[in-house]
Design a protein around this ligand. Structure first.
Ligand SMILES: *Cc1c(COP(=O)(O)O)cnc(C)c1O
Length: 388
């Protein structure tokens, strides 16, 4: 049986995979079984922050692999503690809980918010307000947090205590916030929802409202975090200070790692036994994350911004492209042609892209070369113009 046939026979059919099997990668270039090469504009959905076979990342991971691979959280390990220190000093957050995915990072954020609110504001203060069109994960609780009905339908009953509010609507938000509101959870740029940044004024007004009423502000930085927007975390583009930040995807640079950063109010909310994860904070994953995170300095982040600006200029007003949204190297293109057709044609011409709703979504590696970026932009423009 071919790999495609084996996969179809034995893997639960939850993914509509593209018809290629990728076998090797270098930087932002990938090769399939037929020897065809592709420029990768998706980086495994914003995960491979420094592309494939990045030397520094590989060295850090391999060095840790040669020491201790897993210990559980019953013991201290250096990469876990050092990474937590780096995350806190970059953000001003006070404590970190490590897990293995974005959904788990959000689960932890929700548990922290509920425990804090019940203790400080009273039993029953447990409601989490999220935004319509948001995406927070696939577990039953993070699905409840996800403000898109079509994800909910087949899996009732979901965790209670979540309500969703239209984005960029402070009046609606103020009306929903009440005695029982423990937290508001947002993505500064809705990723899966179609690469839609929230309005800056809205984000600031929301942060002020939360502060005034002691409602915790949770920012889901699973997709937007770790340099993606040209700041370490996307909330930094808005000049706000969240109470809780969740992140994952690009943090591990290709290994599974989630982190929930706890600010001043909630730094001591968890006590022994309140939460845990067998794999969370795995030393190999944390060693990879230290390699990623330690390179996100101002010069590097400015280059991410410059690359994003370059792509934006290329695409704005181009034939077959109606609009460009996003920040840094997280961009969404609304194309004349259906996005599925654009994706397929780009792949045929050697560029791998993503979609989000009806948008073409680009999340290339943060260190993608200018040359690869130019080549990919030319192909995408050509395809959008041709299919228009
Ligand atoms: C991808 C994503 C998640 C879920 O992350 P997983 O690692 O797939 O569990 C949660 N929130 C946002 C904003 C995401 O983009």
């Amino acid at each position: 049986m071919s790999i495609t046939e084996l996969d179809k026979k034995y893997i639960a059919p939850t993914y509509a995979r593209f018809g290629v099997e990728l076998i090797e990668g270098r930087g932002s270039r990938l090769w399939d079984t037929a020897g065809k090469s592709y420029i990768d504009m998706g980086s495994g959905i914003g995960v491979s922050s420094f592309g494939f076979n990045d030397e520094a990342w590989k060295e850090a991971v391999i060095a840790q692999l040669g020491k201790v691979q897993h210990t559980s959280n019953l013991y201290y390990t250096e990469p876990c503690a050092r990474l937590a220190e780096m995350l806190c000093s970059a953000t001003g957050m006070k404590k970190v809980f490590f897990s293995n995915s974005g959904a788990e990072a959000n689960e932890c954020a929700i548990k922290a918010a509920r425990k804090y609110a019940a203790a400080v504001r009273g039993e029953g203060c447990s409601t989490i307000i999220t935004l319509q069109n948001s995406f927070h994960g696939r577990t039953l609780t993070t699905l409840a947090a996800t403000g898109q009905e079509h994800y909910h339908e087949l899996f009732q009953p979901l965790t209670p205590g979540f309500v969703s509010c239209p984005a960029n609507d402070m009046e609606a938000m103020e009306a929903l916030c009440g005695e029982n509101t423990a937290a508001v959870m947002i993505e500064c740029i809705q990723g899966e929802g179609g690469v839609l940044p929230l309005e800056a004024n809205y984000v600031r007004a929301l942060a002020a409202l939360c502060k005034e009423r002691d409602i915790l502000l949770i920012v889901d930085e699973v997709q937007t975090g770790n340099g993606r927007t040209g700041e370490v975390y996307a909330y930094m583009n808005f000049g706000i200070t969240p109470d809780i930040v969740s992140t994952a995807k690009g943090l591990g640079g290709g290994l599974p790692l989630g982190a929930t950063l706890l600010g001043e109010k909630v730094e001591n909310v968890f006590a022994f036994g309140d939460h845990g994860s067998t794999f969370g904070g795995n030393p190999v994953c944390c060693a990879g994350a230290i390699s990623v995170f330690s390179r996100l300095d101002r010069a590097f982040l400015d280059e991410v911004k410059a690359k994003g600006e370059y792509l934006r200029k290329e695409f704005e007003g181009a034939a077959g492209i109606q609009s460009v949204s996003g920040m840094g190297l997280m961009l969404g293109l609304l194309t004349d042609a259906p996005v599925g057709d654009v994706l397929a044609k780009c792949m045929e011409r050697g560029v791998l892209c993503l979609s989000a709703k009806n948008k073409l979504r680009l999340l290339p590696a943060l260190n993608i070369s200018w040359e690869e970026l130019r080549e990919a932009a030319a192909v995408i423009k050509e395809v959008c113009a041709e299919l228009a």
